[in-house]
Design a protein around this ligand. Structure first.
Ligand code: DGT
Ligand code: CA
Ligand code: CA
Length: 570
């Protein structure tokens, strides 16, 4: 079982307990456990299978360790199944309504006896909800508005599509003279791999001005909801966007709140509380007096924290780092000096060696590796030994004629289903740079996948594992990999690991990239370009590395070619 799936079972258990009104400490323990499980680089299922104790993780006591062991061994959690019998499934559907959490659902279920979205809708329509203590007409209206969203299953979009749309809209709103500030918030600002919806904040003395403009923006299909300060629209691509117009003195607090993540905000709120302060989207308050809110820096400072880069706001290590005064100086796009994964017309690329080299040089890169496919990838016209040697000759000829950029003779060599390499060792030994990858047989059992990867790592000519899992975000699951074993071996054999920057790959993910760094493995961020515009995706790879907390030092292709070569397998 994948860690994420296991974590979601514990989250669900916590939700059910909260709906039941259980002890808050117990609920929190389960939520912490879910977070620990989903942030672990190693598979908990493997850990248990190899006789390890889940109790070794911080915050996992005896009882939780026993339950993790149970789910790892059987795939089931008896405490969860027990609870599910007590709470009708329709009650859980209510959690999908934006703005409705387990606390509210608990009231709907226990006090009004509502058991489904349909029940809830009827209760709102008849005004029964607004008669409850703590609920008003406003909540009732917003639930009615949002219930449709919970009924359809929404699709998440890639960070590339999210940024393209959100940034175009922000730029358009900023062009209005009345709009003094406008920024992207939410998961898009945190640069998650995918976004559920887009969040934009603006400052404007007349909130109608940006709202009117957004309503007629060419990307917008329909206005779904419009209030005094908030507007929700659906873009033509189907994704929805929330625009919130906030007062200038609250802009920093609103950015902090609406950037999230929710988990990060829960921790922030907890810290404020410990200092006797209150924090919300309007500011930080002592009693009724606002002490911060205009900028994010001042909001964080008011609760004793340095400003935390949005990419780190997932409640993983950021508070620990902040307390130690050791927030990492995250890598930036301009730190990157080389790109070590790209294709030409020799296989399935659209541009020649020369065109790729010149385009890379135009973008300020100092070195590249040309890494066309090996023969197994026949649909991409992959190269056999003969063609590859001729291709390298051509590369050597061109590198003599172009100044200002170094070109390595590389290959993206398939690791075949039988765990051998697609090209013989004597050919690989002639390469400057060998990327080993899985393309076929991704659904093989874990033992075989691991055998393939381990053989590649032990091969003296392999420099790096490319797009390790082979996943395509939203379309295809990656291969089943035992990551700690893999990373240990890569560290031992001086094999680097790639973050493939293509937004549909982003492989390694943030958690595995952080784990690779912890093993001392140099990370290379590569574009896998198939055309001269392919270099544009580099920033998504850099963002993924930032989410992993990586610094310039952790990423090998921030070095000069001379220093980069020193890191390569000798
Ligand atoms: P997404 O849209 O699923 O990709 O993820 P986000 O993080 O953009 O989530 P979204 O759009 O629901 O809300 C934006 C941010 O607003 C979220 O990251 C944190 C904050 N926020 C929203 N609802 C709540 C809430 O109920 N509690 C807390 N603490 N924060 C919330
Ligand atoms: Ca969002
Ligand atoms: Ca939102």
């Amino acid at each position: 079982m994948k860690n994420d799936l296991m974590a979601s079972q514990f989250e669900l258990l916590a939700d059910l307990l909260e709906i039941q009104g259980a002890n808050p400490f117990r609920i929190r323990a389960y939520r912490n456990a879910a977070r620990t499980i989903s942030s672990a680089a190693e598979s908990l299922t493997d850990l248990v299978a190899s006789g390890g104790d889940p109790g070794q993780f911080d915050g996992i006591g005896k009882d939780l360790a026993r339950q993790i062991t149970e789910i790892a061994q059987t795939g089931h959690l008896s405490s969860l199944e027990e609870l599910r019998k007590q709470i009708p499934p329709g009650v859980l559907d209510m959690l999908r309504i934006p703005g409705v959490g387990p606390k509210k659902v608990s009231v709907f279920f226990n006090e009004l006896g509502l058991k489904s979205l349909a029940d809830l809708k009827a209760a709102c329509e008849s005004g029964r909800l607004s008669k409850l203590k703590g609920f008003g007409k406003k909540t009732e209206d917003s639930i009615l508005q949002n219930i449709a969203a919970a009924t359809e299953h929404s699709q998440r979009i890639s960070i590339a599509d999210a940024r393209a749309a959100a940034e175009a809209i922000v730029e358009d709103l900023r062009s209005l003279p009345e709009v003094t500030q406008c920024e992207v918030a939410g998961s898009c600002r945190r640069r998650r791999e995918t976004c559920g919806d887009l969040d934009v904040l603006a400052v404007c003395s007349d909130s109608a001005v940006p709202m009117n403009r957004l309503a007629v923006h060419p990307l917008v299909e329909a206005v779904l909801l419009r209030g005094e300060t908030k507007q929700r629209v659906r873009l033509k691509t189907g994704v929805e966007l929330d625009l919130r117009v906030v007062p200038e003195e609250s802009f920093g607090a609103a950015m902090q709140y609406f950037t999230g993540s929710k988990e990060h905000n829960v921790a922030v709120r907890h810290r404020a509380k410990e200092l006797g302060l209150k924090i919300n989207e309007y500011g930080v308050f002592r009693e009724e007096t606002s002490i911060a809110g205009r900028t994010e820096e001042e909001v964080y400072a008011a609760i004793g924290l340095p400003w935390i880069p949005p990419e780190l706001r997932e409640n993983r290590k950021e508070f620990e780092w902040a307390d130690a005064g050791a927030i990492p100086q995250l890598l930036t796009l301009t730190d990157i000096q080389g790109d070590l994964h790209m294709h030409t017309t020799a296989s399935d690329g659209a541009a020649s060696i020369e065109e790729m080299a010149l385009a890379a040089r135009d973008r300020g890169l100092k070195y590249i590796a040309i890494t066309d496919h090996s023969k197994r990838v026949s649909m991409a016209n992959g190269l056999d030994a003969d063609r590859l040697r001729k291709h390298w000759q051509e590369i050597r000829r061109i590198r003599e004629s172009i100044d200002g950029i170094e070109i390595l003779c590389g290959i993206e060599c398939d690791i075949l289903e039988d765990a051998t390499m697609d090209l013989p060792d004597d050919v690989l030994s002639e390469a400057d740079w060998v990327i080993a990858v899985l393309h076929y047989g991704l659904r093989q059992p874990r033992e075989q996948i691991m055998l393939r990867l381990m053989n590649a790592i032990r091969n003296p000519h392999v420099d790096i594992i490319g797009h390790c899992t082979g996943r395509m975000i939203g379309r295809r699951e990656g291969a089943d990999i035992q990551f700690t074993e893999l990373l240990k071996a890569a560290a031992d054999h001086q094999v680097m690991m790639e973050i493939n920057a293509h937004p549909s790959r982003l492989d390694l993910n943030d958690i595995h990239a952080a784990a690779a760094r912890d093993y001392g493995i140099p990370i290379v961020i590569s574009t896998d370009s198939h055309s001269v515009n392919g270099f544009d995706v580099l920033e998504y790879g850099v963002d993924q590395a930032r989410r992993a907390g990586l610094t310039k030092q952790d990423v090998a292709n921030t070095r000069s070619l001379k220093d980069f070569k020193k890191l390569m397998k000798s």
